[in-house]
Design a protein around this ligand. Structure first.
Ligand code: ZN
Ligand code: ZN
Length: 290
């Protein structure tokens, strides 16, 4: 029997991610993903709208979230999720969404992680000049389906400190009315040319992101279902690959993987598993395609 069978799992997230993750864990393990009524304020660890910079890298942030929650639930597996958005490394005009979902296992104090990357994201921002700009941007943000909210933020003169400015955020904007209210607030109190309009990347306001989170969750479940071939622990992780799959045309090694490397976090055992393919298309061969 799988150690997660019928277990309760705590989801350390206030942004509705259970919609993407709970069905997966229920189907795979009969496990119940629960969002506790009171959660530590994980927004302290940074948000997407820019008020607060996130400490450390993704893995560190996931461990920090676990750390905040495990004080309350020391014996329950804890699920955490993090995303990162930005321009595509090869195609700068295209955006990508990278999602990590980690499950912390209290028995041996370790985290098993799943990952997904997708170009199916509306991540973008603009500097709107008028109402027309708001409506056009909202339409673009909802090209992959309805339900994608926006954030309008701008500088105001600080009411507390002379000569200082403060950033004001209107989040979760979707309806015409909400957009107009935020826009008139900017016209009334915002400093000129300081308005920025961006896609709201919080999961409950971004169905595209929710789909990528589900893909990362599915990847995590696949890893949780893979057992170490030596100690049988769950979560035998893919940690790398060895290039060198031979070219189908000339037989020289290509950059495509010849084998994949799996590693156990509990006993450090590694397995090198050959890939199913026996040859690479000549298009991947530096010699034939060079
Ligand atoms: Zn092992
Ligand atoms: Zn070749």
């Amino acid at each position: 029997m799988h150690p997660l069978s019928g277990q309760n799992i705590i989801l350390a997230s206030a942004h509705g991610k259970e919609a993407a993750l709970a069905p997966l864990f229920y189907e795979a393990f009969g496990a119940e993903v629960l969002v506790p009524p009171t959660l530590p304020d994980t927004d302290l660890l940074g948000t997407f709208s820019g008020e607060r910079d996130r400490p450390g890298n993704i893995t560190e942030t996931m461990f920090l979230k676990v750390h905040l929650v495990r004080q309350q639930y020391p014996d329950t597996p804890i699920l955490v999720s993090e995303g990162s958005f930005g321009p595509h490394p090869a195609v700068p005009l295209m955006a990508i969404d990278r999602e990590w979902v980690g499950l912390w296992l209290p028995q041996d104090d370790r985290m098993v992680a799943g990952f997904a990357v997708s170009t199916e994201t509306n991540y973008a921002h603009t500097e709107p000049q008028n109402v027309q700009d708001l409506l056009i941007f909202r339409e673009q943000a909802n090209q992959t389906g309805p339900g994608h909210h926006l954030i309008l933020d701008y500088d105001i003169t600080s009411p507390w400190l002379t000569g200082q400015t403060e950033r004001v955020y209107h989040k979760g904007l979707y309806t015409d009315e909400a957009l107009m209210v935020a826009w008139s607030a900017y016209l009334n109190e915002g400093l000129p040319n300081s308005a920025r309009l961006s896609t709201d990347m919080r999961a409950h306001h971004n169905p595209s992101r929710m789909r990528v989170i589900a893909l990362a969750g599915a990847d995590l479940i696949q890893t949780l279902n893979r057992r170490c071939t030596r100690c049988q622990s769950i979560g035998f992780e893919l940690v790398g690959s060895n290039a060198g799959l031979p070219c189908a045309n000339c037989g020289r090694p290509t950059k495509l993987p010849l084998s994949k490397v799996y590693e156990c976090q509990v006993c450090d055992h590694q397995d090198v598993v050959p890939v199913e393919a026996t040859a690479a298309d000549a298009m991947y061969c530096d010699w034939c395609n060079g």
